[in-house]
Design a binder for this molecule. Structure first.
Ligand code: AMP
Ligand code: ZN
Length: 465
């Protein structure tokens, strides 16, 4: 398997630290509001990468944190006149609702920064002891000059950074590029005890600390959106490698941003969507399909038109599965013929191609094309004269290739039932409104599909004839 490593800026063969295992840390959301579809894309990308590792037989330890203490949390809790703790609890709960609805598998652990304060304090103490950090009147800063490889992830050296940076001059820092690992309490802010007085952790330190606690000093993969390369991930490397003297993460994966109608998403441009707004109108398979239709390292354009076209693509795939599942009930043939055995071998080539694409830095766009090629082949070659075994194999293979992408797992029977129930409801409404033409049309359309309605004292029943 080859992964583009942002640290070396090249595609590298993936070699796990422990055979058969992947230790992966993904930077998660700050939990002060509902997450938006940009966050959604990044979460879906890393969920897919995780699921693909699992598909290939790895045991994945997947950690994604919740940042539940920072400036945004504090100002939002003040605005809402609530505590930072209550705000975090609320939006973590909402995060799970949306992530579950997006078919994102729950992480092995979702650590919250505020649950690791003692570990963070210990981490900072060690940085001070080793000479990488220094205290000034209750604040603790990381001394970037002390970490000689500072800038290696973002490809900058300290001098470039100092020249280019618009720095808030803070007289107390030894160097403008130094960053806070512990922040002294300001009036009214939540705070914890520490050797430097009451305060709270800086943002970057939480990920260094929790990755270490939950996965160890060196991990396989560290991931996040491209905006996190600098300064967040650069600073994480400095802290973690400064403390342990060992490489922090062997592979760094960064997902490109999502734009809406080719513009940066922002509330002021009125092109801002939360994930749940989109999920109210579009099925999760459609949303994931669009999010994965481009490579994760290229920016993704998002629009309602693109969602509509994703919707028809997904329908084509589900129609194929649904046809096969109907054929399975109808075919009289149980026995696999020699010719079919050969044909199955030719279908297995699609699985190999799919793996080849996904093994090449998780090329979901090309992997999706392979699924379409498979469906086209099956649509022309599998029919009522095919054996149960062949039909079953074809449907299962399509579903199997959808699994790591988090699509094509729904029951087609389930969706048929839902559709019929909804048509029956529309017919009842039409009857109430004495719209006989519409109610007759719905009944006749269903009949044409082999579905007969019966009016009973308990309500309308339907059956397939
Ligand atoms: P945040 O809560 O802003 O820290 O974001 C959580 C995750 O979403 C991080 O990995 C960010 O890099 C990512 N992210 C934020 N905005 C976008 C966007 N517009 N497109 C893609 N990913 C994003
Ligand atoms: Zn992080």
């Amino acid at each position: 398997m080859r992964i583009y490593n942002s640290l070396t800026k090249s595609k590298e063969e993936f070699i796990p630290l422990v055979e058969g295992e992947v230790k992966m840390y993904v930077c998660g959301p700050t939990v002060y509001n509902f997450f938006h579809i940009g966050n959604g894309r990044t979460f879906i990308v890393f969920d897919t990468i995780r699921k693909y590792f699992e598909y290939r037989g790895y045991n994945v330890k997947f950690i994604q944190n919740f940042t539940d203490i920072d400036d945004k949390m504090i100002s939002k809790s003040n605005e809402e006149n609530t505590s930072v703790k209550e705000l975090g609890d609320r939006y973590i709960n909402e995060y799970y609702k949306d992530a579950d609805a997006l078919n994102i598998k729950r992480a092995t652990v979702n650590p919250r920064a505020t649950e690791y304060i003692q570990d963070i304090v210990d981490f900072v103490k060690e940085l001070i002891e080793k000479g990488y950090a220094y205290e000034v009147e209750g604040d603790v800063y990381f001394s970037t000059k002390k970490f000689h490889e500072y800038g290696k992830l973002s490809g900058q050296n300290l001098e470039d950074l100092q020249c280019g940076a618009r720095i808030n001059v803070d007289e107390r820092k030894k160097d403008p590029m130094d960053f806070a690992v512990w922040k002294k309490q300001k009036p009214g802010e939540p705070a914890w005890e520490s050797p430097w007085g009451m305060g709270r952790p800086g943002w970057h330190i939480e990920c260094s600390c929790m990755a270490h606690k939950l996965l160890g000093e060196t991990i396989d993969i560290h991931a996040g959106g491209t905006d996190l390369v600098f300064p967040h991930h650069e600073n994480e490397i400095a802290q973690s490698e400064g403390r342990s003297g060992k490489p922090f993460a062997r592979y760094w994966i960064h997902a490109a941003f999502l734009n809406v109608n080719n513009q940066k998403m922002s509330k002021s441009l009125n092109n801002f969507f939360t994930a749940r707004e989109i999920l109210e109108k579009y099925d999760v398979d459609v949303v994931r399909f669009l999010m994965l239709s481009g490579h994760y390292r290229t920016q993704l354009n998002f629009s309602l038109d693109l969602l509509d076209s994703a919707k028809s693509s997904v329908e084509r795939l589900y129609n194929a599965i649904s046809n096969l599942e109907c054929l399975l009930e109808e075919t009289p043939s149980d026995k696999l013929t020699d010719k079919e055995r050969e044909y199955i071998k030719s279908l297995e080539v699609y699985r190999e191609k799919y793996i080849e694409k996904m093994d090449d830095d998780f090329n979901t766009a090309d992997a999706i094309s392979v699924i379409f090629d498979l469906v086209r082949d099956v649509n022309t070659n599998v029919d009522i004269n095919s054996s149960k075994e062949l039909i079953n194999f074809s449907a299962s293979l399509i579903r199997e290739l959808g699994e790591p992408l988090g699509i094509l797992q729904k029951s087609t029977r389930g969706s048929l039932e839902e559709e019929i129930e909804s048509l029956i409801e529309q017919r009842q409404k039409a009857r109430k409104e004495k719209n006989w033409a519409l109610s007759d049309k719905i009944r006749d359309d269903l009949k044409a599909r082999g579905i007969v309605l019966e009016d009973t004292p308990q309500g309308v029943r339907w059956k397939k004839v």
